[in-house]
Design a protein around this ligand. Sequence first.
Ligand code: NAD
Length: 531
Amino acid sequence: MRYADQVAGIPWETIEAVRRRLKEKPALHFIAGEFSPSESGETFPSLDPATNEVLGVAARGGEKEVDKAARAAHEAFPKWSRTKAKERKRYLLKIAELIEKHADELAVMECLDAGQVLRIVRAQVARAAENFAFYAEYAEHAMEDRTFPVDRDWLYYTVRVPAGPVGIITPWNAPLMLSTWRIAPALAFGNTVVLKPAEWSPFTATKLAEILKEADLPPGVFNLVQGFGEEAGAALVAHPLVPLLTLTGETETGKIVMRNAADHLKRLSPELGGKSPALVFADADLERALDAVVFQIFSFNGERCTASSRLLVEEKIFEDFVGKVAERARAIRVGHPLDPETEVGPLIHPEHLQRVLGYVEAGKREGARLLVGGERAKTSFRGEDLSQGNYLKPTLFVGENHMKIAQEEIFGPVLVAIPFRDEEEALKKANDTKYGLAAYVFTRDLERAHRLALELEAGMVYLNSHNVRHLPTPFGGVKQSGDRREGGTYALDFYTDLKTIALPLRPPTCPSSGRKGGSPWQGPERSTSRP
Ligand code: NAD
């Protein structure tokens, strides 16, 4: 169905051209500067979440393709890591420019493949370009570190050096934005890359490879292997020539990957799941809180790692505030992601829809009160038939924190509202989870806001706001949401090795055992540090 001549400023002809491309052109691997199918010729289909028809196919990579890609990244590493920072910066800026040039195509592709609303995906494509432009600025100075003069006798200094090829494994919810968030710092800091995107939304990765080729990035600096997690992903985790791994995905996948990476003593940056709380106090600006809470869980189809999926509300405003959330949730427009009026599109895959519906059933079984939704959306807000797609009505439960729906990440448009008596109970409930990605606090009491910010077990806390990312700040979680930090110079800890170089400024007193008349082992200083 054609909704308009343009959607989010993109002409309908472009949308149709992207559909044709996906049908006709398989998403290939990109290894050592060349696009290729799998050696076996095998492919796998990717479904249109709006209809569950096949959108197109992608090459199904395995050990062989990963081995070729890892070797290419390994061979390109010495030259790329020594490429002048100014030149790397130029490549990154060029890539940012080309992403902007191909923004319409990328946005439509991601929208069709991931089921995310086109208006939102457009912003994400802009962010993908920004990821490169942002890290381009860091390429030149990021390796600078500290000097440690010791009296006039010694000079110690530290430098950062690129740590080697990086395996980047990404999820299906925001493939382009999340992969570029890893690729950009990797390239800026002199590392080479093997990307393994999620099998449920493979297409923009191959388009991104085309862009990197158009930017004339030297062969082998960026490589892409399409395929399944247990095949291509596992092979990448095990490959000896790839010492660094980033994984953005589920906590359970994180545990498997961490175990497998440990066999090779690899450095792993895991960005995992979340069950982030939003704490709403009676004294808050409740309209602002309402907007934030509704946006944080229902936009992006609820498939957002930092979604505030647990809504903790002070008892005395609970019924009223939750009633307003319910009213908003009922009014959210569910429809095709290309429809310019749509707010919630289809979930990524029928399996994921079943999983989310399973949680809805679990909530009912445990006695949670279902206020809104809880079932598939069969017609759009315009009355179109949605029965073939993975649409779920925005769903709101009233429950308790011990319930499965409040403890496990659902990764869909499902919100659980939970009352609390006072600040102490709010904090206790907020922290009673295995996750610790983000937390949101709504109150006009500044002291309370800052007190809670310190006590909440989360990597990121937003006060009186939804999640607005600022790229220089660290991004990441605690507990089972992850343990590394990406963003700004914080990413350096992962992508580079810190090296200490020591230089005595006058001959050091070194024992000369074995030399005639030399001093024995004991005696001379072994440490320059003073008590
Ligand atoms: P997933 O864990 O199923 O898959 C993520 C990636 O891991 C995919 O590319 C998959 O193919 C790969 N994979 C799976 N098994 C593997 C294995 N054994 N070895 C190597 N690779 C393997 O996650 P998903 O369902 O694609 O994405 C949703 C999850 O991602 C949610 O839990 C969400 O919270 C999380 N996420 C986290 C962040 C963050 O920054 N913390 C951001 C976005 C999404």
